[in-house]
Every structure is written in C-alpha cells, then in structure tokens.
Design a protein around this ligand. Structure first.
Ligand SMILES: [Zn+2]
Length: 216
C-alpha cells in the first residue's frame, strides 16, 4: 500500500464548561481532593489535552454511530479490519490488522488562554485550574454523606487549546469519505463531551476555526 498524501485538520477547542482530564480514575472518592488534579505538562505545568483522549473519544462515539458499520457487540473496540472505524483508527486486536490513518497530537493551550490563566494565577492564585467541590448525597437522610465532599480540579470554561490532527491517505483511499468521517467524530464530541463527568456538565467543547488542508 502506497502512502499518497497527508491531510491536516486543525482547529481551536473552546471549553464551554469546565474540562477535566485527570490521572486518577473517575469514581474514586478522595477527600481533600489534592489527588484529583488535572493532567499537566511535566515541565511547563500547563494543562493540555492528550491526543489519546481526543482520539479515544472520537473512536468510541463513531463506533456506536449507526453509519460506521463497526461491530462492538462483544463490548470491545471493533477489530473487523474493514469498517470505517478500523480503517481510520486502526483495527483492535490482531486478527485483521489495518493501518492507522489518523494521528492526533496533544492539544496545547493557546497563547491567549495561557496569558489569561497566568494573570488569574498572579491575581487570584488559580493554578491554571478551578477547584470544583461536589457532594455525594446520602439517599436516606438526604444530606451530604460522611466523607462525601470531594473536590476536583477542572480547566476553567473559556480555556482554548490548539487541535492538530493528521490523516495519512493511501492509494485507493476515499479521501472525502475519511475526512468526513473524522469531521463527524469531532461533531459527535461537541454534542457529547470530552474528558470525564460529562453527565454532570463537564467537558462541553466547541471546535472553532476548523480547517482541512493538504500537507506539503
Ligand atoms: Zn471494524
């Protein structure tokens, strides 16, 4: 199979609500909350969205979409090797290997958002994240359960990240179909959510300035 071209899909991810992508497992209650930090770059300490999070979310949403032809009846990612999900994201498992056509880079914070958050850090002591407190309500008493208060860090709403996706297209690939499929994945995330706690309002994003260009 011959590689024909690279196509780039870029845009700005605008957080319309707080966004939480953290290292700890969702659902673990850690009173005090210091463990519930968001993911930060080890050197700059700036929050970022790992490419794997964006890619994984797109894949799982597209797999459940009726148009994809993916088979997830066994509860695992599709490994058929022939559907659009396998074609774009690579087939899961060893039986039918398909080349992964999508590369999703880590999404770094935009210069504009970095400036805003640095100012907030200086003026308010905000460490590039807001601390969100949540109560777990005892179902019988109707009041906060013992140890039920938990705090979570979130990237504040309004923060923006640069999105950078590359598609590798091979001879015989239907470029329009593959690009449209990725655009559909991005559209589904905007209807759904990114990161964790989407059912509680986290992770609502809007993708702005979407551009599709051939890479020279
Ligand atoms: Zn498949």
């Amino acid at each position: 199979m011959k590689l024909r071209k690279f196509v780039s899909i870029t845009g700005t991810i605008h957080c319309e609500s707080g966004l939480r992508i953290g290292g700890t497992k969702e659902g673990i209650i850690e009173p005090g909350g210091s463990e519930n930090t968001i993911l930060r770059h080890p050197i700059t300490s700036l929050p970022y969205i790992p490419g794997s999070s964006l890619k994984g979310k797109m894949r799982s949403l597209l797999e459940t979409d009726a148009s994809s032809g993916a088979n997830i009846d066994n509860g695992r990612p599709c490994g058929c090797g022939t559907c659009l999900v396998c074609k774009v994201f690579g087939s899961h498992g060893m039986a039918h290997k398909e080349i992964t056509r999508i590369l999703v880079r880590d999404c770094v914070i935009t210069d504009k958002s970095e400036t805003v958050l640095r100012t907030a850090q200086e003026e308010k002591g905000v460490n590039f994240a807001e601390i969100k407190s949540e109560n777990i309500i005892d179902r019988k008493s109707g009041i906060a359960a013992k140890g039920g208060l938990r705090t979570q860090e979130r990237v504040p709403s309004g923060t923006e990240f640069s999105m950078n996706i590359t598609l590798k297209l091979f001879d015989g690939d239907n470029e329009g179909q593959i690009v449209d499929f990725v655009r559909k994945g991005l559209d589904l995330i905007q209807k759904d959510y990114l990161g964790s706690s989407g059912s509680r309002g986290y992770g609502k994003i809007k993708i702005e300035n979407l551009e599709v260009n051939d890479l020279a």
